[in-house]
Design a protein around this ligand. Structure first.
Ligand code: FES
Length: 173
């Protein structure tokens, strides 16, 4: 579930109710709440941060400060597909930089950027936990997450084209 950045419709935050119940007032709970909110909405909008502040009683400036301090939090909207490109050690030594260059050539985006058509966002991430498949990327879309291992620059281009083609057939114009 996500909202358009231009949307004037207020976001339904009810999916976070159990998270507030479990983690409000708990030591380190704010980070967990931010993580869960990002999992649900894909990124942390100003509205989301304000809601978290009001529900937890933490000052908005502190919520914003924590969200901006940690690189894991996204403060800009993401595309329909979030490419999480592993830059952990195993993937790095197996050519993740060349994979990133291939993504950039194919989509015109670098780490943290979203393609002009709003379809793809690229995020470099730490180890995805499947180092034996290095280099690896995970792609999160509306249908869930897919992991692609043993990547080569050529294969990445094919995968991205296949995802884009699938998206055209699945998303009504
Ligand atoms: S370093 Fe990439 S999956 Fe572990």
């Amino acid at each position: 579930m996500s909202t358009s950045p231009d949307s004037q419709v207020r976001t339904d935050f009810s999916a976070l109710d159990p998270v507030f119940t479990e983690f409000s007032g708990v030591q380190g709970g704010l980070i967990t709440i931010l993580q869960k909110a990002q999992d649900v909405y894909g990124w942390l909008s100003r509205e989301t941060l304000e809601h978290i502040a009001s529900r937890t009683g933490v000052k908005p400036a502190k919520v914003y400060g924590v969200a901006t301090f940690y690189a894991q939090f996204r403060l800009k909207p993401v595309g329909r597909y979030l490419i999480m490109l592993c830059k952990g050690t195993a993937c790095h030594v197996n050519g993740s930089n060349a994979i990133e260059d291939a993504v950039t050539r194919a989509l015109g985006i670098r780490d943290g950027e979203t393609s002009a058509d709003g379809m793809f966002t690229l995020n470099d991430v730490a180890c995805l936990g499947c180092c034996s498949l290095a280099p690896v990327m995970m792609v999160r879309g509306s249908a869930g997450e897919e992991t692609f291992g043993g990547l080569t620059p050529d294969r990445v281009q094919v995968i991205l084209k296949e995802i884009a083609a699938r998206d055209i057939t699945e998303v009504p114009a």
